[in-house]
Write a protein that binds this ligand. Structure first.
Ligand code: GLC
Length: 431
């Protein structure tokens, strides 16, 4: 659908159904990713995206989602990847494994920092006379979270922040992490403790040995009390993920926009963020690979370039729409990936031997990524590839509902059903 088209009946039905999904997963002050029991808690970037979905029909509920997310922020500024608000016994690793968080029990790592970007979307939908007060509530937390990332995850000031766990990327088991993760011991075996495979087909979920490594990292972090300096110094997994950095750069630009929205200007604070953005932009530009025609992550721990073709390598399009103009090859890469499947955008290059069409982040389509790419392309003056992505997203929604993720070859629904962030993306897309 393009702007200006009348809503077809099926669009209206889709909107109605998407609202029903959000309402069903709504726990009052936060939204669970799905009602099935697969994820009985509040996830960081899910919530930020879900808030943009709520904002299309209930702006107050959208702000509540953000407030609850910030209520779990740590004193040092980190916004955890998961906040455990209630009975989390159907999930592993749950609060008894992490043993972290103060006001709210939480995980001890973070997730893609998209809060500022979502809050900007909310502000744009909030009446002018209410903006100042809402921003006063959330801006200090957002700024602290950005400062935390720069301090804890880029202590040497390179302009790129590093993640200490694949889960922080949001793209948990992408083949992009395989080589770096191989250095992490796969023990102890935790297959018997996993709960996810009870809710979704084992073939769609991460493999056992990967899960053992994921948990080994968690144990190591817990043993150092989640001290950022110790995690930076000793985590066997330390990666400058271009996807994460692209989202952070975008969030910094949106933070600047938010700072300009408030009535009382803070020129020093603004200049500080602007300088950070300049450094981040330069560092991200360095990650461009002219031969691979995409951006490549970097294994900071082992001083190695990561060449595996994950969709994070295309996300700089979203951080900095002008990049598509600077590197038109990026559009070519996107086109090639799309041509190899029926529905885009696959989370991993379908021509690569590591591609698996059904397994989580090793190939399936995730609508949150589609939305970001389409948004970046449109902002950069490339409406045609953006329309292709939006059309694919809508076809998948019509064919398979609000699944957690989708098979790029036959479009079938994968993982959990009635997923909050998928429903939210439908609402944003059709609003
Ligand atoms: C999985 C995804 C992650 C998401 C979470 C909750 O762990 O990989 O990105 O935040 O599920 O939906």
């Amino acid at each position: 659908m393009t702007a200006g088209d009348p809503m077809t009946r099926s669009d209206a039905v889709l909107v109605e159904q998407a609202r029903v999904v959000l309402r069903a997963n709504d726990r009052g002050d936060h939204t669970e990713p799905t009602a099935s029991g697969l994820y009985p808690a509040q996830w960081n970037w899910d919530s930020a995206l879900v808030a943009t979905g709520f904002a299309t029909f209930d702006i107050d509920r959208a702000w509540t989602e953000i407030r609850t997310l910030l209520s779990g922020q740590w004193a040092d500024g980190m916004v955890p990847s998961i906040l455990f608000h209630g009975d989390d016994s159907s999930y592993f690793p749950n609060s008894r494994v992490w043993r972290a968080g103060a006001a709210v029990a939480s995980s001890g790592i973070t997730q893609p920092p998209i809060l500022a970007t979502s809050v900007r979307r909310l502000v744009e939908r909030t009446p002018h006379d209410r903006r100042e007060q809402l921003l006063a509530e959330v801006l200090p937390g957002i700024r602290a979270s950005h400062e935390w990332l720069l301090r804890a995850r880029d202590p040497e000031g390179t302009g790129l922040v590093a993640i200490v766990h694949p889960w922080e990327s949001g793209m948990d088991n992408s083949p992009v992490w395989d080589a770096a993760l191989a250095a992490v011991p796969p023990e102890p075996p935790v297959a018997h403790l996993r709960r996810d495979t009870g809710f979704a087909a084992a073939d769609d979920r991460p493999r056992g040995p990967d899960y053992d490594r994921f948990l080994n990292l968690v144990t190591g972090f817990r043993e150092v009390g989640y001290d950022p300096a110790a995690m930076w110094a000793h985590s066997p997994f330390l990666v400058a993920d271009v996807g994460f950095n692209a989202l952070f750069l975008r969030a910094q630009r949106d933070l600047l926009w938010l700072l300009d929205e408030v009535a009382s200007p803070d020129p020093a604070g603004r200049a500080r963020v602007a300088a950070q953005i300049e450094r981040q932009r330069r560092a991200l530009a360095q990650r461009w690979s002219p031969t691979l025609r995409r951006y490549c992550s970097y294994d900071v721990r082992h001083h190695r370039e990561i060449t595996a073709p994950g969709v994070g390598g295309l996300l700089p399009l979203y951080a900095e729409p002008a990049l598509a103009a600077e590197h038109p090859e990026l559009l070519e890469t996107l086109r090639t990936w799309r041509a190899a499947v029926t529905y885009g955008v696959p989370s991993f290059d379908p021509r690569d031997p590591a591609f698996e069409r059904r397994r989580y982040w090793r190939g399936p389509v995730w609508l949150v990524v589609n939305r970001m790419l389409a948004d970046g392309l449109r902002a950069g003056g490339h409406p045609e590839p953006a329309d292709v992505i939006d059309r694919d997203s809508l076809s998948l929604l019509r064919r398979s509902g609000f699944a957690e993720y989708f098979d790029p070859v036959d479009g079938s629904p994968l993982g959990g059903r009635d997923f909050s962030w998928t429903a939210a993306m439908a609402l944003v897309l059709l609003s």
